[in-house]
Design a protein around this ligand. Structure first.
Ligand code: AHR
Length: 329
């Protein structure tokens, strides 16, 4: 072959290669790394849209990605683990730069996490943890201390039941079965109330972190148990659903039944300020900016701490009145 045709072939090859790389980097296909604009491609698998907390978390992640100039691929798993596994496998196939996800339940992730590791794609856990023994399967876990949230809720109850005489009957609305927040909040609460033997959990069932679930399970609790003194709901939404059931049963929430919840989203804080809830342990959904920062670091191959805990507080009715006007979510 003469020199001229050889150059022509090389030029054609270069054009074809450039075309295929550009196609890989386009945000619809979601392929990473070598995209034309050099943006980091982050594949994120969200749990679902089950609660006000979740909506605020999704908004935080989308806004922070746009601000950080990160190309976000977002998938809503509708509270199903199989959908999350499918989304993660799609991200691996698309060769995204970083994968992040909030695991709906704690168990069953090792195989897909190993696939991501073998593909050389770093994984960040946000909000919820996995129970994998092999910590090398993910770079870091960014989120709340759910055991602490349960413990703070229980400690408030111990303190505020000091003057009660006789048994204090508690019903518990658990979050999604098998999820880290449901397991951990139950544990922390149980450990704290063990300090006072008159505090008794008489019923405990999952309301799946939804308002509808909270309402439905509270209706059953009210039918089955004539004396309920306290409701501990693992999130605001289930507590808000339960309010409807309590009111319909002719009881006054916040007075006849003391209500403790977790999250501190606006609607929950409003119920607290209105005297319908009695105490909320905060769980912050605003994880987006920290997640983007971590995505940039792990993509650059920088070391990151294996655990980053979210800063949180608690609210009484008076504190909710003060905080509500400036509440962001
Ligand atoms: O994982 C965080 C929990 O999930 C929030 O407390 C709850 O509202 C959400 O659905």
């Amino acid at each position: 072959m003469s020199l001229a045709p050889r150059r022509a072939v090389a030029a054609l090859a270069a054009v074809l290669l450039a075309g295929s790389v550009a196609a890989c980097g386009n945000s619809d296909t979601g392929a990473g790394g070598g995209g034309g604009d050099d943006k980091i491609v982050l594949g994120f698998s969200q749990v679902g849209a089950e609660s006000g907390w979740r909506t605020a978390n999704t908004n935080s992640i989308k806004e922070a990605a746009a601000e950080a100039g990160i190309d976000l691929k977002f998938d809503d798993a509708q509270q199903k683990q199989e959908n999350q596994i499918k989304a993660i496998r799609n991200y691996i196939q698309q060769k995204v730069d970083v994968i992040a996800f909030s695991p709906v339940v704690e168990s069953g992730w090792d195989t897909v996490l190993k696939e991501a590791k073998d593909a050389g794609i770093p994984v960040i856990l946000t909000d919820r943890a996995v129970d994998s023994a092999d910590k090398s399967l993910y770079k870091t876990f960014l989120g709340s201390d759910f055991v602490k949230e349960g413990r703070l809720s229980g400690e408030w109850l111990v303190e505020n039941s000091k003057d009660a005489t006789g048994d204090v009957n508690i019903v518990e609305l658990q979050g999604t079965t098998g999820s880290a927040p449901a397991n951990d909040r139950k544990k922390g609460f149980g450990e704290a109330i063990a300090a006072d033997p008159k505090l008794k959990v008489i019923a405990s069932q999952s309301g799946d972190f939804t308002r509808a679930g909270g309402k439905q399970v509270m209706e059953q609790f009210l039918k089955a148990h004539p004396k309920i003194d306290v409701l501990f709901a693992h999130n605001d939404d289930m507590g808000l659903g339960a309010l409807e059931a309590i009111t319909a049963a002719g009881k006054v929430p916040g007075k006849d039944i003391t209500i403790i919840t977790i999250d501190a989203v606006k609607d929950g804080m409003q119920a607290l300020a209105d005297g319908k809830f009695n105490f909320i342990a905060e769980c912050s959904p605003l994880l987006g900016p920290q997640l983007m920062d971590l995505a940039k670091k792990v993509h650059a191959g920088e070391e990151v701490p294996p655990r980053i805990e979210t800063e949180e507080t608690t609210f009484t009715q008076e504190q909710a009145k003060t905080a509500l006007p400036n509440r962001k979510y």
